[in-house]
Every structure is written in structure tokens, then in C-alpha cells.
Write a new protein. Structure first.
Length: 179
């Protein structure tokens, strides 16, 4: 009975499953990474570590997106500048055509035959060779001579004066002429 009481008091244990046999650890040539970290012989530079952190996480997706957006904005700006350059080149070509037309007009107007015909219509004639004289210029002497030759006017210039009378205001009423 003691056995029956003991059997009812404590339940029987289920047998444990057998542990699988441990595999032997793989051997790695060289020193282990734990030993390398402990000894501190080789660490990556800060830039390489930062790059590893960026590329191993999700941050790199945002970084690539920002870079792509920058490239798009750069290309849009480049296209705008190209459009402005094309517009300026078109304007320059238009101004060149306009200048060529103006040069042609100047050449036609400067034609000596046309000028001689216009002078003949006005009654002008070419001077004889002995009637042509050339003046010599001497700025110091010419200025002094011009200053000496200045004379005051003999009579004051009379400007046409018009008698301007301002209308006077009176309080009395003016009589209207009859007749």
C-alpha cells in the first residue's frame, strides 16, 4: 500500500527524449574573429564602418532615393539652360540678319552717285581744285584765338513779348455790352 500511496502522490515522469549527439565544431584556419576583436589588430576605418552600417540597413534606400532625385533636378535644370541657350542663339541669328539688312541700307545710302544726284537737285556743285583748303589744328592756339574773338552782343536780343494780363476778379458784376 505504501507503493500505491507513493504512486498516487507523485506522478510518474515521462522519459526524456534522447539528446542528439553533438557535432564537433568546425575548425577555422587563422585566428577567430573574437580573438581579432580582442587583440585589436585590424579594424576597419571609420568611413568603411559607416558605409557598412548604411548599406546593411534600410537607410541606403533613402540615400539612393535622394541621390536619384538630385540627378533628376540636375537634368531638369540642364534642360532649362539648354532651352535658354537655344533661345539666345535664335535671337543672335535674328540680330545678325537685321544687322546685315542695316549694313546693306547704309551701303545704298552711302553710294557716291546717289549723294551727287541729291546735291545736284539742291543746286550744289563740286568745288574746283584750287578752291579746296585744309585747316591746321592747334588746340592751344585755337582756343585762345576763339576766346579773344568773342564779343558781347551789341543789342540785347529781344524776345517776342506778349502782354499777358491776368484776369482780375471783381465782386461787382460786369455789364454786358449791348448794341
Amino acid at each position: 500500500m505504501a507503493r500505491a500511496a507513493a504512486a498516487t502522490a507523485a506522478p510518474a515522469r515521462a522519459p526524456r527524449p534522447a539528446r542528439p549527439a553533438r557535432r564537433p565544431q568546425r575548425r577555422v584556419s587563422g585566428t577567430s574573429t573574437a580573438r581579432k576583436r580582442a587583440s585589436g589588430t585590424r579594424r576597419l576605418p571609420l568611413g568603411a564602418r559607416l558605409l557598412d552600417v548604411l548599406l546593411s540597413g534600410r537607410v541606403w534606400i533613402g540615400l539612393v532615393g535622394v541621390l536619384l532625385a538630385g540627378i533628376v533636378f540636375f537634368n531638369v535644370d540642364l534642360m532649362r539652360m539648354n532651352r535658354e541657350i537655344t533661345h539666345m542663339a535664335d535671337e543672335a541669328a535674328q540680330y545678325k540678319r537685321e544687322n546685315a539688312g542695316l549694313r546693306q541700307d547704309v551701303a545704298q545710302l552711302a553710294n557716291s552717285e546717289r549723294i551727287q544726284e541729291a546735291a545736284a537737285q539742291l543746286g550744289l556743285v563740286l568745288p574746283q581744285p584750287d578752291q579746296v583748303r585744309y585747316l591746321k589744328s592747334n588746340p592751344r592756339v585755337d582756343a585762345k584765338t576763339a576766346a579773344k574773338r568773342i564779343i558781347a552782343p551789341t543789342s540785347p536780343t529781344t524776345l517776342p513779348t506778349t502782354a499777358t494780363t491776368l484776369p482780375t476778379t471783381t465782386t461787382a458784376t460786369a455789364a454786358s455790352p449791348t448794341g
